[in-house]
Design a protein around this ligand. Structure first.
Ligand code: C5P
Length: 228
């Protein structure tokens, strides 16, 4: 299991300072989300690699658009030297196939993970949008993503084990909303601890606020790494 640290702080300076305060560890990936990418652009990715070229970058833009636009976008992302990206599974089969086809042209393409149900959804709020049960739909999204050649899905720990059991360990799961040691959940609904993530055979956990809001982020990261 790998740890993705969400770089969701209010400024580039603070995000880089956070990274600079951590000891490099190959189990640590860094997640650049919409806020940082909109504000700081591709240059931010270069600066992360300048801190340590071994940092693996997960660019979490959660693409959702028509197939051609999705294909064009992932081609652009693939030139940015990132290691993992996200799209929405609900963008559909054609879009996912297009994304994977476009990435075939690259010798070292990023891993593609399809978002199933955002971890800020609970059963009721998910039903309001999708008119179906959350767990059933996560598995349906995951099956479709696998058929399209996508590398794995983003889901909560509550669904990861079912996905792994049904689709096999090669198909990756990435689980956000981790509160490693039971910290406050904030806006996240389907939260899980580090132990839950292990039990759910998650390949990547994403941790944001429990690290960057901690008094001593380095200590939190070290404790997480000791317990991975
Ligand atoms: O602060 P927290 O640990 O809740 O941060 C979780 C991070 O993971 C945020 O950057 C959020 O955008 C992202 N994420 C998520 N749920 C998903 C996909 C990504 O929370 N399904």
């Amino acid at each position: 299991m790998k740890l993705c640290i969400a770089l969701d702080l209010p400024s580039k300076k603070e995000n880089l300072a956070l990274l600079g305060s951590l000891k490099f560890n190959e189990q640590v990936w860094v997640k650049v989300g919409l806020r940082s990418f909109i504000r700081d652009g591709a240059e931010f990715l270069t600066e992360i690699k300048a801190l340590n070229p071994q940092f693996k970058i997960f660019l979490d833009l959660k693409l959702y658009d028509i197939p051609n636009t999705m294909g064009d976008s992932v081609e652009s992302i693939a030139t940015l030297n990132v290691d993992m990206l996200t799209i929405h599974a609900s963008s559909g089969r054609e879009a996912m196939l297009e994304v994977m086809a476009r990435l075939k042209a690259f010798s070292n393409p990023p891993l593609v993970m399809a978002v199933t149900a955002l971890t800020s959804f609970d059963e009721n709020s998910f039903f309001e949008v999708y008119h179906t049960g959350l767990e059933t739909q996560v598995l349906e999204f995951a099956k479709m993503a696998k058929e399209c050649g996508v590398n794995g899905v983003v889901c909560s720990c509550a669904e990861s084990l079912v996905v792994k059991t049904q689709l096999g360990d090669e198909f990756l799961t990435l689980t956000p909303a981790i509160r490693p040691f039971g910290e406050s959940s904030g806006d996240q609904k389907r939260v899980a601890t580090l132990q839950d993530a292990k039990d759910a055979r998650s390949d990547f956990i994403v941790v944001g606020r429990p690290i960057y809001k901690a008094e001593n982020p380095r200590k939190v990261v070290e404790t997480i790494l000791e317990n991975l």
